[in-house]
Design a binder for this molecule. Structure first.
Ligand SMILES: Cc1cc2nc3c(=O)[nH]c(=O)nc-3n(C[C@H](O)[C@H](O)[C@H](O)COP(=O)(O)OP(=O)(O)OC[C@H]3O[C@@H](n4cnc5c(N)ncnc54)[C@H](O)[C@@H]3O)c2cc1C
Length: 599
């Protein structure tokens, strides 16, 4: 039997049993779909991921990308799965029919994307960026720009990038120096240098379209003066055919710890004064335009983390069932037993499973909120779903990616010495996933976003919407037979979160604001732990609801969901109380330690 690459059974459980995505079919936009079409799409995605993407993951890592005189070649083995992906029309799955899409909910699109990232993250990244580029042009472009760029992007004839970073402007985008000078109409001369641009140059598509942040000459300093531009590698003529090469040069690619088959490019724009770009969206609103792309990308990066974690868990689980070492606990027999029987290994596996499944529920739920925000007509409902997306985005991004690295490290631990060696892929998952905590806004920046911005958004209303949703689940679960303990524990945890939030926000309004802000990352971890506790409570409710009518084989499956929820809520979630106690101590060492003390 071939190795499992994706956790499709749990994806089905989240979509159909927990989130009840069949309710989508009642909305006009999704009315062409049914349970059957959803199932067919999931199965087809699993097959493509397992049969075409996965076999090229390790090969791609070995050969990596090659740069030569400005040209970048991806591993040769990527071309076939890339072509199959295009042939299947996967990129435009959630888009409308007029751009070749199937009007599927983003929830389903992300569920499929998880499979592709799990199978081959480096390859899927070329596609994820392309979709986001098409989407931002669809949202902010003129009708001509949509026709010229979005359509070929959705068809994967062109590939997309997000082009922000410069040597002096990483987290601090206000320092961007790339310059734009008006030529005529909407066309600008672009000049500047960008670094670390994913898929900035490669040979998978006919053209590469950069969504670039720059500053029109004379516009204010800082983020407020930035504008967004569409800059293609090859100029696109009015009839849609390709013209001459734009003045964009790839001057090199990075040699990285992981994701070796994803090109990370240094690019110069306008070295010869001939680089043309079209402004996208209003002048000076570049950050808002880019955030349309960034917000989707941030959840997508959380999904990349989840995908690597899930694959690492599946590999570790299989290995732990086969590898025999040591004796049965408490036995005198010399017979070796599978390592899965040892308490320490079982604990690692349960921890990995509970975090992975909780993260899957969180991310797919966040996408469901995004879909509902798009299709609901009632203004209050719309606002509620938007609030949920706003507050959960930094959790999807930062919590899932930090956990992902830990899960991959634990998978290596379970494989022992073999986990450290290249014969197995788990060391690659760990190397590949590390970047997810760094790009699309580092996890430190995500923590500041949650603590400094999201908690106060709409005068605290966004945070209160979140609390309301959690408490609604707690109330429902408390009435389900056998779940009152689960509900009480989650209620205790959410109450503790409320108290620590109040404490930190209070300190943040005093001269101790620096100290309060220093807790932003542990605070995000606590928040994330509570969110996963909530998701597990919801999962337990879904499983309990299915138990009675389930066939014997299905019963084991639903029992496993209840057990996993119990483990998370009883053994992982209480970890928040130690972290909260440390915050409540309000020790001022961090304030008193000077830079000179850090020797
Ligand atoms: C493989 C790879 C792919 C990438 N792909 C892209 C891409 O496609 N497009 C693109 O534009 N960029 C891309 N990047 C760049 C990436 O987004 C940046 O590396 C990232 O935003 C961090 O910027 P930096 O590396 O300059 O780190 P810095 O901004 O120098 O940050 C260093 C550390 O300081 C912390 N820090 C910084 N400012 C603050 C603050 N105000 N408060 C608290 N802590 C702070 C950070 O959290 C981090 O821990 C990529 C990078 C890599 C390595």
């Amino acid at each position: 039997m071939s190795k499992r690459v994706v956790g499709i059974e749990d994806t089905r459980f989240v979509l159909f049993d927990q989130l009840d995505v069949e309710a989508f079919f009642g909305f006009e936009r999704f009315s062409a779909h049914s349970r059957e079409t959803f199932e067919m799409i999931l199965d087809a995605a699993e097959k493509l991921a397992t049969n075409e993407f996965a076999p090229t993951n390790k090969l791609g890592n070995k050969s990596g990308c090659v740069w030569e005189d400005g040209v970048v070649r991806v591993p040769g083995c990527f071309h076939k799965p890339f072509a199959k992906y295009i042939e299947g029309g996967w990129l435009a799955l959630p888009e409308s029919e007029e751009v070749g899409g199937q009007d599927a909910p983003y929830t389903l699109h992300f569920a499929c994307c998880e499979f592709f990232y799990a199978a081959n993250m480096a390859l899927q990244i070329y596609l994820g960026n392309t979709h986001s580029a098409g989407r931002v042009i669809k949202a902010y472009g003129t009708p001509e720009q949509k026709e010229k760029y979005s359509v070929p992007l959705y068809a994967c004839r062109y590939a997309g990038t997000m082009t922000l970073t410069e040597p002096q402007a990483g987290s601090d985008l206000g320092n961007i120096r790339t310059k734009a000078t008006l030529r005529e109409g909407n066309v600008y001369s672009i000049s500047g240098q960008k670094i670390f641009i994913t898929a900035g140059e490669h040979d998978l598509a006919d053209n590469i379209v950069h969504i670039l942040l720059g500053r029109v000459e004379g516009d204010p300093e800082g983020t407020k003066g930035l504008s967004c531009f569409i800059v293609p590698n090859v100029k696109v003529l009015e009839d849609g055919s390709l013209g001459e090469r734009n003045d964009v040069v790839c001057t090199g690619i990075e040699h990285k710890m992981g994701l070796k088959a994803s090109s990370t490019c240094s690019l110069t724009f306008g070295e010869n004064g001939q680089c043309e770009g079209e402004m996208l969206g209003p002048r000076g609103m570049g950050i808002s335009v880019m955030f349309h792309m960034l917000n989707e990308q941030r959840i997508l990066v959380g999904l990349q983390g989840l995908a690597q974690a899930s694959r690492a868990y599946l590999d570790a689980l299989e290995y732990a069932k086969e590898r025999r070492q040591g004796r049965k606990f408490g036995s005198r027999s010399f017979e070796q037993v599978p390592i899965i029987e040892h308490p320490d290994i079982k604990r690692h596996l349960l921890w990995m499973k509970s975090c992975t499944e909780g993260m899957r529920s969180l991310i797919l739920y966040t996408m469901q909120c995004m879909d509902l925000e798009m299709v609901c007509e009632d203004a209050q409902e719309k606002q509620k779903w938007q609030d949920m997306v706003d507050i959960l985005t930094p959790i999807c991004k930062a919590y899932s990616t930090d956990r992902s690295y830990e899960i991959c490290a634990r998978a290596m631990q379970i494989l022992g010495g073999y986990g450290y060696c290249e014969d197995n892929e788990v060391e690659q998952y760990a190397r590949d996933t590390k970047i997810t905590s760094i790009y699309e806004g580092t996890n430190g920046i995500q923590a500041l976003d949650l603590f400094g911005r999201k908690l106060r958004m709409r005068g605290g209303e966004v945070y209160r919407t979140f609390l309301g949703q959690v408490k609604e689940t707690v109330l429902k679960a408390s009435k389900v037979e056998g779940l009152s303990w689960y509900a009480e524990e989650v209620y205790k945890a959410v109450s503790a979160l409320e108290e620590v939030t109040e404490f930190l926000l209070g300190k943040n309004a005093t001269e101790e604001a620096y100290l309060a802000t220093s807790w932003a990352t542990p605070y995000l971890e606590i928040f994330g732990d509570v969110v996963l506790g909530w998701q597990h409570l919801w999962r337990a409710m879904a499983a309990a609801g299915k138990m009675e009518s389930a066939a014997p084989a299905e019963k084991v499956f639903y029992e496993s969901k209840l057990m996993t929820a119990r483990y998370y809520i009883g053994s992982v979630l209480p970890g928040i109380y130690g972290k909260i106690e440390a915050i409540n101590m309000n020790d001022k060492a961090l304030l008193e330690v000077q830079t000179d003390h850090l020797i």
